[in-house]
Design a protein around this ligand. Structure first.
Ligand code: ZN
Length: 498
């Protein structure tokens, strides 16, 4: 076969995979938003079948040979050469798994997700525990097929954040602990800031009204973006012009849906901004989970909790909630949305205590995979760790071990990228502020132009470069955790007059 024939085959194959991936993404989005629960079993079986079909396509031996040749051929289009490298790495990870095991694995993770949801509704960890155990055992088996001489949890960490492992994360979390644990303590010793007005009964229709305004402000255009509701907010995408986010409205929390929306729109903007020439290819994805999270958390915290952001939006918010915010000044509102108080639920956590929630999950995952922690009694282990790091203890499993979806579908190794992403974001912000007047853009409602900076320096590349290369291109320096720690120290020292 000539190189040109191989490239033609490659393009056909990419198109076919993208069609299956689109179907599976839409089914997944539907499952987590509107699909009626009684149809779950029927749908899950067919979803597993489709995943199995895609598995066969993705591990087609002829395509593996083609990919192997294209990845080593420097004379071809560099985008195809890079994509072939990434596809080939993924093929090696999946081809080793027998297809029937792969299909039963899809069924198991679907069942596990369903039972996690049941357990959370019933506030009963014992419903989920047997599935968690099976999912951990199943994950271990799948990774063993790879036959790599690397501990399984390190491989998992590397899957979500290429290049990362336990040693590097240990060093990262040690740096966080050293400076954040004393800072959290100092903040806890100060008199609290009043944020009670954010947690009064708050009409959901009024929240939805503000949401329409917010989505416009975020330039989340209906021609390429769509928002729905779900239990656990997330973002999914089909291509640059079909991004889908979800949010969740709470009756007793005025800002939860607002910040989750800013966060998820940050993910959506990343996908939307990737160079359209990569559409359908593996390159058309955020480069790593940490990099994705850096973009969502940059929007949520560095932009969304700033005074400039609310100078543009506070009038509309008070118009939607005149009774709750009538007597609250903009400055008091800004203080309230930046309050730091140890809390039980990660997705509701403030910026300062958030990394401790991640540290807890990271330590538990390490233990689950090195055998020092068991799924039995894990609800207690969880509670003990919250007491140790945050001084609080969950009384209910739904606010404790059952709060996150991630372990139900075997996303082990994912959590640490949340903390890493927050830290990446600090370094990106530092560079962005040197280039553009971020606050002026926020005040003037020029949000799309801020996303324009992010597109130019980060988003457009998709997976064309790795996370280290993008960090270097965007900031001129390798990743340095001190940008994040300096930012948090500076912010909370000022906010609490420490
Ligand atoms: Zn996120």
């Amino acid at each position: 076969m000539t190189t040109n024939e191989m490239i033609d085959k490659y393009k056909e194959w990419v198109f076919k995979c993208s069609a299956y991936n689109m179907a599976l993404a839409l089914i997944g989005f539907d499952k987590q938003t509107i699909a009626p629960s009684a149809g779950e079993e029927y749908r899950d079986e067919r979803t597993a079948f489709l995943s199995g079909e895609l598995f066969s396509i993705e591990t087609d031996p002829e395509m593996m040979e083609i990919m192997k040749t294209l990845k080593d051929d420097d004379s071809i289009d560099p985008d195809i050469n890079k994509a072939a490298k990434l596809y080939y790495d993924n093929m090696l990870k999946t081809v080793c798994i027998p297809k029937d095991e792969f299909v039963s694995w899809q069924k198991l993770t679907n069942e596990s997700f369903n039972n996690w949801r049941r357990a959370k509704d019933a506030d009963d960890y014992s419903i989920f525990e047997p599935y968690l155990k099976k999912v951990i055992e199943g994950s271990k088996k799948l990774y063993e097929y790879r036959g790599k001489d690397m501990p399984i949890y390190d491989q998992m960490l590397d899957d979500y954040e290429p290049g990362m492992n336990r040693d590097k994360y240990d060093a990262f979390f040690d740096a966080l602990k050293a400076r954040l644990v004393p800072l959290i303590k100092k903040v806890a010793d100060k008199d609290g800031i009043d944020d009670s007005f954010l947690y009064k009964k708050c009409d959901i229709d009024a929240q939805k009204k503000f949401m329409e305004h917010l989505l416009d402000y975020l330039a989340y255009d209906k021609s390429w973006g769509y928002q729905n509701e779900t239990e656990h907010p997330f973002t999914d995408w089909v291509c640059e012009n079909d991004c889908r986010t979800t949010t969740k409205y709470l009756e007793d929390n005025m800002v939860s849906a607002i910040f989750s929306t800013i966060h998820e729109c940050g993910h959506a903007w990343y996908e939307h901004n990737i160079d359209p020439k990569y559409d359908g290819m593996i390159l058309s994805n955020g480069v790593s989970s940490g990099m994705h999270e850096s973009q969502s958390r940059l929007c949520e915290n560095y932009l969304g909790r700033s005074k400039a952001f609310w100078e543009a939006n506070y009038d509309k918010l008070t118009e939607c909630f005149p009774d709750l915010l009538g007597g609250v000044s903009l400055d008091d509102f800004i203080k309230a949305v930046n309050v730091s108080t140890p809390s039980l639920v990660r997705t509701e956590a403030d910026e300062l205590t958030y990394p401790m929630h991640i540290l807890i999950r990271y330590e538990i995952e390490k233990g689950l995979f090195d055998g020092t922690i068991s799924t039995e009694g894990l609800d207690k282990t969880w509670a003990d760790k919250y007491e140790e790091y945050l001084g609080i203890r969950p009384e209910h499993a739904r606010d404790g071990i059952l709060q996150d979806v991630h372990w139900s579908d075997a996303s082990f190794g994912y959590f640490p990228t949340y903390a890493l992403g927050s830290a990446f974001a600090a370094q990106f912000m530092d560079s962005m502020r040197r280039d553009i007047d971020v606050d002026a853009y926020l005040k003037d409602g020029r949000y799309a132009e801020i996303e324009g900076w992010l597109r130019e320096h980060i988003h457009r590349y998709g997976c064309r470069y790795n996370a280290d290369e993008i960090m270097l291109k965007a900031t001129g320096k390798p990743f340095d955790v001190n940008y994040y720690l300096d930012y948090l120290e500076d912010k909370y020292t000022k906010l609490y007059n420490l």
